[in-house]
Design a binder for this molecule. Structure first.
Ligand SMILES: *Cc1c(COP(=O)(O)O)cnc(C)c1O
Length: 361
């Protein structure tokens, strides 16, 4: 029998979340972003489930794309940062990967490349995030050179990325949309701007392609309630079990550093999940955990392989009882907030040690 600590994956939730993105952007094609091992869920499993339902996939780099091709994924795959080396460009063409071009060096590599077949290209423009993309005054020149280089399968898709779309009243998003309009309205080719928060909350940003990632995994990207985002269903539920139980007296402490002290006679449940399993060490005492479906609180520091939970107020807790760390019934964002990070990070950094198991296909 294996250690009872696993990430359960609900593929019906994935389809539900995808359907919401489709319903919100009915006239757009959908590119599912599966970079970083599908935000920790398992890239090949998730891409396999998504492939028949989406128009394209996106990843961060060639290695991630080739892992999907090796697993038999045939859908178009966009390399979101483009090539990191000129040798990647013919490989992208050979494996039918779509290439982002976002700076002058990448453009020059493409102009000089010898390709086995024409390439689909996305031209990224910097509308204000200032991380990637052609500067506004060079967009027309880049576009013209891409059309002239003779290596593309069609006009490049014009694309940009938002810095603040998760803040529902932030002025940066309408400003970025206006700049994108201004830079692209006169150019041929499809357009794409929307990540998950923009798919959910900024319909003017949908254009021809939406590019949701985080929302597909079933978590709201917003820090405040949102009618649509709050109907998403988590794909991953991190589960473990109570593996030890003890009663301690008032004044006694729990865990490394003795940081949590009982103020009353307390029942402490030990659960086999720790920071070696992706549960954040920065989550402090009081972080919520579900034991038998009921809320209880973390007591003391997170260890590498274990945590301790105060179950004094939950009568009848026994060895083997199920514990949910996040997912169904406990949004990962709530745990992330206690750990001073965001749900994106907790999901994405889930280590290989934790088995991923599809429980609902
Ligand atoms: C990661 C990424 C996305 C998806 O963002 P989410 O917030 O996870 O939906 C979309 N576009 C680009 C360029 C990205 O890097």
């Amino acid at each position: 029998m294996a250690r009872p600590c696993e990430a359960r994956l609900d593929l019906s939730a994935l389809r539900h979340n995808l359907a919401l993105a489709r319903r919100l952007a009915p006239r757009s094609r959908l590119m599912a972003v599966v970079k970083a091992n599908a935000y920790g869920h398992g890239a090949t499993t998730m891409a396999g489930a998504l492939e028949p339902l989406v128009d394209a996939l996106a990843v961060a780099c060639l290695e991630e794309a080739l892992e999907l091709r090796d697993a038999g994924i045939h859908a178009p795959i966009l390399l979101l940062q483009g090539a990191f080396h000129p040798d990647e460009i013919p490989l992208a063409a050979q494996h039918r990967l779509w290439l982002t071009v976002e700076n002058a060096t990448q453009l020059a590599w493409l102009e000089r490349a010898t390709l086995p077949e024409p390439l689909h290209c996305w031209l990224k423009v910097d509308t204000g995030m200032h991380r990637l993309g052609a500067a506004p005054e060079r967009v027309a020149e880049f576009h013209q050179r891409l059309l002239a280089c003779g290596k593309l399968a069609g006009p490049p898709v014009l694309t940009t990325h938002f810095a603040c779309a998760d803040q529902l009243d932030h002025p940066a998003t309408p400003q970025q949309i206006a700049r994108f309009e201004e830079l692209t309205h006169a150019l041929p080719g499809a357009r794409s701007a929307a990540n998950s928060p923009a798919t959910l909350a900024w319909p003017d940003s949908h254009y021809d392609w939406i590019r949701p990632g985080f929302m597909l995994w079933g978590n709201s990207p917003f820090a405040v309630p949102h009618a649509e985002a709050d109907t998403l269903r988590p794909v991953m539920t991190l589960v473990s079990q109570v593996t030890s139980l003890r009663d301690i007296e008032p004044g006694e402490a729990v865990g490394y550093g003795a940081t949590w002290q009982a103020t009353r006679s307390s029942r402490i449940a030990t659960v086999t999940v720790g920071y070696g399993d992706g549960y954040p060490r920065s989550a402090g005492s009081g972080t919520p955990v579900l034991v038998n479906g009921h809320r209880a609180s973390l007591a003391g520091r997170v260890s590498m392989d274990m945590i301790s939970i105060d179950v004094t107020d939950l009568p009848g807790v026994a060895l083997g009882d199920p514990v949910v760390l996040w997912g169904d019934g406990l949004p990962v964002a709530e745990v992330a907030e206690k750990a001073h990070t965001i749900g994106y990070e907790l999901l994405t950094r889930m280590p290989a040690r934790v088995p991923r198991r599809v429980v609902i296909g």
